[in-house]
Design a protein around this ligand. Structure first.
Ligand SMILES: NC(=O)c1ccc[n+]([C@@H]2O[C@H](COP(=O)([O-])OP(=O)(O)OC[C@H]3O[C@@H](n4cnc5c(N)ncnc54)[C@H](OP(=O)(O)O)[C@@H]3O)[C@@H](O)[C@H]2O)c1
Length: 234
């Protein structure tokens, strides 16, 4: 399978890219900003599986100009994609009164607009039968517990969830399925920023296994769904 995954330099995206790279026959395109973190990913994948096939591309996904250059780079490695995982994300933890317009633009640009730009850019190269998995958050899941300081982050993830529902409808004719995983807490730098001093429910390795399995087969059973992936209730 050919897989494109964003936010692959660290955290959940790093582990998910690595997990896919362990399977023979997978070709992975891993995107995030920091070149050195992507080099670490390449080294780790090669150490674990000398035959792993992975292309790393440093790119700021909030830049429409840079994103529009991505298909040209990606198509030198894969001719089309079976899975697109929009995982890159940004969290700013601030009381509502302290949030700025710049915070708003950065959060929505990373968590929503970049998904719009990248999905549009890659759409011609997504196979019929392919699966777009948008990584949302329990914070953006209707009726879930909410947390002070995470208003813009949670609102952006709610927007991503509804965008996923809409794209599932629009891409039906193309045979492309779209789902959104509203994930709960996973031990990463982002989690530490949101909940300093706390321990998350899941490790990146555990979540990566789930995302890999879901991205590979979940679209045979569901489309346009926002799925809560959390051990908490509600
Ligand atoms: N951890 C949790 O508990 C949790 C819970 C719910 C949802 N999520 C979601 O899960 C996803 C992964 O989160 P994480 O915890 O693994 O976060 P993380 O450790 O902070 O990793 C975020 C990744 O996104 C990349 N990224 C951020 N801005 C980018 C941009 N403008 N262009 C390209 N890449 C960018 C980062 O790399 P660079 O900085 O190098 O670009 C990094 O690789 C996010 O969408 C997050 O909202 C996480």
């Amino acid at each position: 399978m050919n897989i494109v995954i964003t936010g692959a330099g660290k955290g959940i995206g790093f582990e998910t890219a690595k997990t896919f790279a362990m399977d023979p026959g997978n070709r992975i395109v891993a995107i995030s900003r920091n070149k050195h973190l992507l080099e670490n990913l390449l080294t780790e994948c090669t150490n674990l599986n000398a035959k792993s096939e992975i292309l790393t591309i440093p790119c700021d996904l909030t830049s429409a100009t840079l994103v529009k250059e991505l298909p040209g780079k990606i198509l030198k490695f894969i001719s089309s994609a079976d899975i697109l995982i929009n995982n890159a994300g940004l969290l700013i933890n601030k009381p509502f009164e302290d949030l700025t317009e710049k915070d708003f633009d950065e959060i929505f640009s990373t968590n929503v607009k970049s998904v719009f730009i990248l999905t549009q850019a890659l759409l011609p190269y997504l196979n019929s039968g392919s699966h777009i998995v948008n990584i949302g958050s329990m914070g953006g899941f209707q009726g879930s517990s909410k947390f002070s300081g995470l208003s813009l982050y949670s609102a952006s993830k709610a927007a991503l969830a509804v965008l996923s529902e809409c794209l599932a409808e629009e891409f039906k004719e193309k045979g492309i399925k779209v789902n959104c995983l509203a994930i709960g807490s996973v031990q990463t730098e982002m989690f530490d920023l949101a909940f300093p001093g706390h321990t998350a429910q899941l490790s990146t390795g555990q979540m990566a296994e789930f995302i890999k399995d879901f991205a590979s087969t979940g679209h045979h059973f569901m489309n346009g769904k926002i799925i809560p992936v959390s051990l908490n209730s509600p």
